[in-house]
Design a binder for this molecule. Sequence first.
Ligand SMILES: [Zn+2]
Length: 395
Amino acid sequence: MLSSTTRTFITKCTSSSPSSSSSTFRNQTKMDLRTTFRVRHSRSSSSSPSREDCFVDSKEGDTITTVSLQEWQGWGTTSQLPSMVVDIIEDMKDLEKNMDSQMNFGGIGGKLKGNFKVQEDKKHRATYQALNDSEKKLQFFSARQIACRLLGSKGYLCQKCWLALEDCMCSKVIPSSLWHGMRFWLYMHPKDFLRQNNTGKLLWQTFGVQAATLCIYGISEHEEVMWNAFEHAGKDMVWCLYPNKNALTKSVQDIVFHPEGFDAHQPKTNGAEPLNFILIDGTWNNSAAMFRRLERAQLVWGEEDLPCISLTTLGASSMHRLRPQPSWDRTCTAAAAIGLLSELHLHPAFNSHGLDNQADMLEDSVDALLEALTSRRLRMGRSITRRERHKGDVC
Ligand SMILES: [Zn+2]
């Protein structure tokens, strides 16, 4: 049987997480397939190309690990390569030189391994501790997570679908146009970046990166783009899908939309801003901290809260078919987006934009991901049932 090195695919960077562990309530917009498709660490033999073959360039005798702008953008973003990520990669290269020991992400989970890992752990913890401000700590934490994932996934994951190359599902995704009057923002925790069972990525795989834009928590190059867009759009055009316990949470029916400049059958006209919907793409535990960061809306728009909406159905109908799959969490990010599209379609102001069909297209992508992940588990001889006991493996 074909078997590849098993990995959870998450580089372990646990020591300095600033995330809140609070989970007093459940954010309906997040979660992914991790609880089901958590891959247990194991050391199986590998038929995949070795990491060293995949991502290490040799130049003038030195081993140099790099991430190019093109490669960065290939993972699903149009932003510049974050400067702090570049700095951290440079630091890791320096450490590699000083130690005369090659960094190794081999084997399982895209994790750093061996002596290099030990030394790098010491170094990054010291750097983190020395930072005296929480904003800098968060940015460092996020950038290091991203740097590790970029290096550890190189040559192993398909850039478009974030699955192992042998599991690539790209041919199963049918690109679709999202109604030009709306735009999704996937506000993603760095630990969910390049996670195979993440479902937020399905939004831009299906609708494109302009219609569904990745914004990684704590990556300033991403957050600035997002906030600039929100500021330009105006507060009335920004909604966060989140049950804010401190404010009156509204429903889709409360959205007031002024359709000037929009026509269902015409391209967006100049000056017409789309409705922006933020989906928080992280674990329950991380979502509270992520939402608090979004509350910097107060800096942009004054004292008022970030406008939030909750779904009334949570896309129950669209996810119904998936229920037999015990591994699927009904509240995954893509399900939230499907639910939002479905509920918007029932709103009189939006019912002529084909949002129901767009929900179906996204659901097809969800099905394709589920199938790919299921096939992988079966191929590896693993159960596809929920395995709670591995819950801690990848978080
Ligand atoms: Zn692919």
